[in-house]
Design a protein around this ligand. Structure first.
Ligand code: IPE
Length: 261
């Protein structure tokens, strides 16, 4: 049971853990509109054992990404096809629902948190964002997700889950931020699969790695670098081995990449 495990009096300390479940691990990216239900279930059962307040963000994978590519909708605000906007948004609600149900079945207490609850156009509503840790302290697990958002002037844009990680970290200053993907961490060389274990953003390692990774990964790296610059350690772990999430949190036997804050 995770209810009321956390005393609100410690809410000013860094007590919350922010986790992004990447589309690559919660969906089958090769197959449109397919959730990876066994992986979601496994992740949920490991997350349930975490004894600190948790906030989860998930990506779009073969749901939101699939449709946003089909309808040519991007992160840049523009007057996109409105059917496309509708389809992308619906697909994210579908994926979110699968995750909410799986979390509930695993005895977590998921609390659906669409990004429109705490964003106005492309800016966070700071007062709303600050409520999120308070909700997590009750034992509920707020779950947000990448989505298509109203920008204003008939324009929409894609707000990625990675970007949400950056926004929430800046305001909430979690104890740790963890990106869960389907690879072991950040590779310095994709061919040899040489893993970088430790990245300190002041040092030039980051620009070295960004040249070697896909568009998706370089965006994650950029967000991770910014989060760690603000003083939060950022971990990249392989969600196919969910125990690694617990190891990242306990600081023991960690396998993956760390961006030191
Ligand atoms: C994508 O979010 C959201 C939409 C396309 C609607 P992310 O960009 O965070 O998704 P993944 O984790 O890379 O799949």
């Amino acid at each position: 049971m995770r209810e009321i495990l956390f005393k609100p009096t410690i809410s000013l300390l860094k007590i919350m853990i922010l986790i992004k479940l990447g589309g690559s691990i919660i969906t089958n990216k090769e197959k449109p509109l397919t959730a990876n239900k066994p992986a979601i279930r496994r992740l949920a059962s490991h997350l349930r054992r975490i004894k600190e307040p948790l906030v989860v963000v998930h990506g779009g994978g073969s749901y939101g990404h699939y449709w946003s590519v089909k309808y040519d909708i991007h992160t840049k605000p523009s007057r996109y096809n409105i059917k496309g906007v509708s389809v992308v948004k619906n697909s994210m609600v579908q994926l979110n629902r699968i995750i909410l149900e799986s979390f509930l079945e695993s005895n977590l207490r998921p609390y659906c948190l669409p990004p429109s609850d705490f964003m106005l156009s492309d800016k966070p509503i700071v007062k709303k964002v600050k409520e999120i840790t308070k909700i997590a302290i009750t034992g509920l697990t707020p779950i947000s997700y990448g989505d298509v958002m109203w920008f204003g002037k008939n324009k929409f844009y894609i707000l990625s889950g990675d970007k949400i990680m950056g926004i929430l970290s800046k305001i909430l200053k979690p104890r740790l931020a963890i990106f869960v993907t389907n690879v072991d961490g950040i590779y310095s060389n994709m061919k040899t699969k040489r893993l970088i274990r430790d990245i300190t953003v002041e040092k030039p390692t980051v620009s070295e790695v960004t040249t070697d990774v896909t568009g998706g990964m370089s965006r994650k790296i950029r967000e991770a670098a910014n989060i760690s610059k603000n003083g939060t350690d950022v971990f990249f772990v392989n969600g196919n081995f969910p125990k690694r999430i617990a190891n990242a949190i306990s600081g023991k036997n960690f396998e993956g990449t760390i961006f030191r804050g």
